[in-house]
Ligand binder design. Sequence first.
Ligand SMILES: NC(=O)c1ccc[n+]([C@@H]2O[C@H](COP(=O)([O-])OP(=O)(O)OC[C@H]3O[C@@H](n4cnc5c(N)ncnc54)[C@H](OP(=O)(O)O)[C@@H]3O)[C@@H](O)[C@H]2O)c1
Length: 335
Amino acid sequence: MKAILSTRPGGPSTLSLNDVPEPVPGPGQVRVRVASCAINYPDVLIIEDRYQDRPPRPFVPGSEIAGLIDAIGPGVTGLQLGQRVFGATGNRGGLAEKVLLPADDCHIAPPELPLDEASGLLLTYATALYGLKNLARLRPDDCLLVLGAAGGVGLAAVELGKALGAQVVAVASTPEKLEVARRRGADAGVVCPRGPLDRDAARAFKDQLKAACPPGGANVICDPVGGDYAEPALRVIAQGGRYLVIGFTAGIPKIPLNLVLLKACQLIGVLWGPFTRDESAAHRDNVQALLTFYRDGKIKPLISERFPLERSAEALARLAERRAVGKIVVTMGAS
Ligand SMILES: NC(=O)c1ccc[n+]([C@@H]2O[C@H](COP(=O)([O-])OP(=O)(O)OC[C@H]3O[C@@H](n4cnc5c(N)ncnc54)[C@H](OP(=O)(O)O)[C@@H]3O)[C@@H](O)[C@H]2O)c1
């Protein structure tokens, strides 16, 4: 079968298309014929050896997929050949014609959910829902501030924030990206300056955020970006607010802890992977909630671009270069 391989650390140009043997499902596993693999920022980090998980090479990148079950390993019950499923691969394997998934991590895609959209429903939406619902306990009267609001996690947080009844303020780096977040439900928005931000630029950005939020500030902040944007955002958090630390596409910030004390707020690290394993029942409830939101028209993964498998490197480069909006997917057939 065809697969994309990372054979040495580096950017997307180091990836190559290869013929590799089809994987054989072991006990408790199924093999899925991949229809679509959604691209995520961790895919960019992992091929550069900048992710917490460093698989031995060569490895196939690709963290979330949707497709059809085409082989079933020993001991698997409740799944059938040809079933439309989606799932997270555990950080690798998705950019290939076939991939193995633990049967327990397979979610059935209902008929109304196209497989390209299904492939983009887990890493970003389930992370955002875990953060907003399970950790921040977002309430309908809350104001939610979302950084990187046109990216994968950010746009999911915008839609879910609205689905959970909150007032949503979106932050994005261009008017076009902000417009995307507004079309997906954001009530207000701020175009952020390009970093790095000096003291004056950071203060001006904080003033923009303050003006866009209600007088008390933002009750919950969803931050998949970090960098120079984090401290100005924290400065507009409401008393008792919850700040979700999700990712660092703009770098790892250093935060003066007096801000946390002064606002009596919580900085909350969001680590979705361990949650799916350690609290698997709550995770499965969240996936069902996402499918209900989808069915009710409250969320819909925005597939902005599709690439064939052989152009996977271009798909990763779009994300790395900050040119992606919503989700980029690599598609391989069945829908
Ligand atoms: N904690 C968890 O469990 C978990 C789960 C999933 C993802 N994540 C993390 O969440 C983050 C976002 O992932 P994603 O898949 O949503 O990524 P994405 O689609 O690329 O979105 C990230 C956003 O970050 C913004 N950004 C600001 N500075 C940037 C820079 N220098 N380079 C690239 N983007 C920059 C971009 O928006 P603007 O251009 O508008 O600023 C972009 O839309 C990543 O760090 C990822 O590792 C964490």
